[in-house]
Design a binder for this molecule. Structure first.
Ligand code: S3P
Ligand code: PEP
Length: 407
């Protein structure tokens, strides 16, 4: 369904409660399946986390994880060690184009039994669960950190733990650190030194614990963008957020200072406020925070400033080729964008075309990143329901702060 967002202002002061991080949730759901003594709070209500929850309790031998990248990668590792179980993991048309070979080869080297069902290197894959006793493997670290997190999540259940050697430049490092922090939090011993990560096998009973998921920082990015575009003095409070987050996208606090957005933490609430600012062009390497690239590019476009974003080499294999999608949609609105395989240059724009229909390419972040433009012009967001991949209540939340949406 296409939604029309009418040009609007947002409330001067408002508050929103955002659901738990999908990245933390999908890790903790898998860890809970391995260690049922842990209780989880503020789990994400995203499609991707619901798919993860259902896959972990499914008794079927074919599991479809639709568009959920982390679920696909993490479950590949999980089912590799479910002895005696045979599962085919499949997904959406796009999931069948998202590479998984680096993870499959690492697991096979450790002794796992995995076969490709259609195209070599891509889902669907058929996994026959086995006991894994080997504990040393190397893998390329510059394509997706999800392969590394997948291996780390099962590592403490392997007979001899795991020693991973990461080859090449390491991408999306904060996501690897998030995995290690969550393992430490439940009592698993880990070490990350240079390009080697070690996880000790768990020989003890881990203490039962309730783990509270922090809210999703990638979802918060759309409010940073709204505030950057809004009038000086506009304030929004979002919860529940911590100053010391496990999520790399919390770098938004520093990045959005550039646009005059200040951040104040108090009692797990984060208040964003638009301050006066002299706008400058932006240059940024986003290899540690790829999911906020779309948000930032659209903020810059709305503000009429140029940006040079680099470190975007993973964007081509996400829900869609996000570099091409950004260029196509910003150019429909009258902007000028140049892309390479790993970078995006946006020229300063002085007008934004009205009533343009933005295609979303099955990518939740395309829909959400372009929504803040409604502070500048009316626009249409195609297939607006895509947001449910990570943030199902996104449109309701925008309406609650003053958005006028024809559904
Ligand atoms: O581990 C995770 O939870 C994620 C890692 C990142 O992927 P890459 O490592 O493939 O960049 C990120 O883009 C994705 O949304 C979530
Ligand atoms: C890339 C993303 O998710 P995934 O890789 O888990 O599909 C995302 O949420 O932006």
């Amino acid at each position: 369904m296409h939604f029309t967002l009418h040009k609007t202002d947002i409330a001067k002061q408002s508050s929103i409660n955002i659901t738990g991080s999908k990245s933390e949730s999908n890790r903790l759901l898998l860890l809970q399946a391995l260690y049922p003594q842990f209780l989880l709070e503020n789990i994400s209500n995203s499609d991707d986390s619901n798919l993860m929850t259902n896959a972990l309790i499914s008794t079927s031998n074919v599991i479809d994880i639709h568009h959920a990248g982390t679920a696909m990668r993490f479950l590949t590792a999980f089912f590799s060690i479910q002895e005696g179980r045979e599962v085919t993991l499949t997904g959406s048309k796009r999931m069948k184009e998202r590479p998984i070979q680096i993870l499959v080869e690492a697991l096979q080297e450790l002794g796992a039994d995995i076969a490709y069902v259609e195209n070599a290197g891509y889902p669907p894959i058929k996994i026959t669960g086995k006991k894994i006793t080997k504990n040393k493997v190397s893998l390329k670290a510059n394509v997706s950190s999800q392969y590394i997190s997948a291996l780390l999540l099962i590592a403490s259940k392997l007979e001899n733990g795991l020693q991973l050697t990461l080859e090449g430049e390491i991408t999306s490092v904060p996501y690897i650190k998030m995995t290690l922090s969550l393992l430490e939090e439940i009592g698993v011993q880990t070490d990350f030194f240079g390009n080697v990560i070690t996880v000790k096998p768990n020989k003890n009973v881990l203490e039962p614990k309730t783990l509270v998921v922090e809210s999703d920082w990638s979802s918060a990015s759309y409010y940073f963008s709204l505030l950057a575009i809004s009038d000086v003095g506009t304030e929004i409070t979002i919860s529940s957020y911590k100053e010391n987050s496990l999520q790399g996208d919390s770098v938004l606090v520093d990045i959005y200072k550039h646009f005059g957005v200040s951040s104040t933490f108090s009692n797990n609430q984060l208040t964003l406020k638009k301050e006066p600012v002299r706008l400058q062009p932006l240059k940024l390497d986003l290899k540690n925070a790829p999911d906020i690239a779309q948000t930032i590019a659209v903020t810059c476009f709305a503000l009429g400033i140029s940006c040079d974003l680099t470190g975007l080499h993973t964007l081509k294999i996400k829900e869609t080729d996000r570099l091409v999608a950004l260029k196509t949609e910003i150019e429909k609105l009258g902007g000028e964008v140049a892309i390479t395989n790993e970078s995006l240059h946006l020229s300063p724009a002085n007008t934004i075309k009205e009533n343009i229909s933005i295609a979303t390419y099955n990518d939740h972040r395309m829909a959400m990143a372009f929504a803040p433009l409604a502070l500048k012009t009316s626009l249409i967001i195609e297939d607006a329901a895509v947001v449910s991949k990570s943030y199902p209540t996104f449109w309701d939340d925008l309406e609650s702060i003053g958005f006028k949406i024809t559904k």
